[in-house]
Design a protein around this ligand. Structure first.
Ligand code: FES
Length: 128
């Protein structure tokens, strides 16, 4: 079933955003980069050692805005195909996520997302 991530206009042009989606046994992180009416999306997992990419919430791009940056060891990835062009995992790729844009909304098929992380921790129980 398609899940709406956000409105297209919630992501500024040449900007990025991150999302965490609950899966059947945990959570999946994904990131999107907007270029005009196009959106490129990948799992939020670096092919080097699998850490999340962003340096701050929703900040996935390097200072030039031209590449996706892994904040752990500085790998740079092409926005259009996720290919690593600098850093410790050159020639490896981010894992693409199919995104659908319709009626100005950005949608993902949540059934196709893998589990990357364990489920959200339950909130602590309050003692009386
Ligand atoms: S974890 Fe991304 S470059 Fe090392």
């Amino acid at each position: 079933m398609d899940k709406k991530l956000c409105d297209l206009n919630d992501i500024r042009d040449n900007g990025s955003a991150g999302f965490v989606i609950d899966t059947h046994d945990g959570r999946c992180g994904l990131m999107v980069v907007r270029k005009g009416r196009e959106v490129f999306s990948y799992l939020n997992s670096c092919p080097h050692i699998g850490t999340p990419l962003e340096i701050q919430p929703d900040r996935f791009l390097d200072q030039s805005g031209q590449h996706i940056l892994c904040s752990t060891h500085g790998a740079l990835f092409q926005v259009e195909d996720g290919l690593c062009v600098a850093g410790p995992c050159v020639d490896e790729k981010l894992t693409p996520v199919a995104i659908d844009i319709r009626d100005n909304g950005v949608y993902v098929n949540e059934q196709e997302l893998p589990t990357l992380w364990p489920p959200r921790a339950a909130p602590p129980k309050l003692e009386d």
